[in-house]
Design a protein around this ligand. Sequence first.
Ligand SMILES: C[S@@+](CC[C@H](N)C(=O)[O-])C[C@H]1O[C@@H](n2cnc3c(N)ncnc32)[C@H](O)[C@@H]1O
Length: 254
Amino acid sequence: MKQKNMIMLNKYYGELCTQIYEKSKSIANGRELEFFLSFVQDKKMKVLEPMCGNGRMLIPFMEKGIDIEGFDISEEMLRVCKLKGQKLNLKPNVSYGKIEEFNGDKNYDLIMIPFGSFSLLPDELVKDSLNNMKTILKEGGKLLLTVMTNTGIVEEIPEWIETNRHYFGNNEIIEYKKVHYDQANKMLNTKLNYQLVKDDQIEKSEIMDFPIRLYESSEFENILKNNGFDEIILHEVINGYGEGSSFHVFECIK
Ligand SMILES: C[S@@+](CC[C@H](N)C(=O)[O-])C[C@H]1O[C@@H](n2cnc3c(N)ncnc32)[C@H](O)[C@@H]1O
């Protein structure tokens, strides 16, 4: 394949990654959505979704008339979220923000971080991130957290391999992957390379370091306790991401 004038970028949730995410994970639905919605008993509740990305969860909440805000560090994900809202005559209240530095001036009844996003934070950012969320939770408010857990099966990919092809009209995005599991730090260090191909020519290449912290369930519960969340309920959402899948949610009550 030709590589004339190729632009190579090192980006976290950049344009190509966001395009693929939006194609396969545009809107939450089914049991997952039902589960998170079940915590909103009253439309007066104020909800925050840190790491909201493309609004996969935030937009269906808005469609139900829920007062929800979100923030994220990916300008591209936020752009897609706003655009998707616009198409539905909604104006998502989302902005740029890092969870580890977040110090908003409002208080919330419910804060939720679905889809294992909290696992994207390295250990050194966990304490500040949890503390920031605790500070802005109302007394009696709830923080719902999902993390990625170690299933005991980690597939290492030492050299780049092609893992997927996504078609967008005449364009194609080819995905390459490399994976190394750092057992000592329980980090699944994934590298992704997205290549945008037009007319058999690579136009753009986006490389993304994608480290994921894999937790043991009891380990994460202890982290929450050590960070001042004394009242924790662990839920299992059966068929959460579709038939045959399940995930856990930590409900932390302030
Ligand atoms: C897998 S996406 C999930 C988005 C959304 N939670 C969902 O359920 O679809 C993870 C998001 O976390 C964001 N993110 C990663 N680190 C962050 C940080 N330190 N502060 C805020 N957002 C962050 C990324 O930019 C990305 O949009």
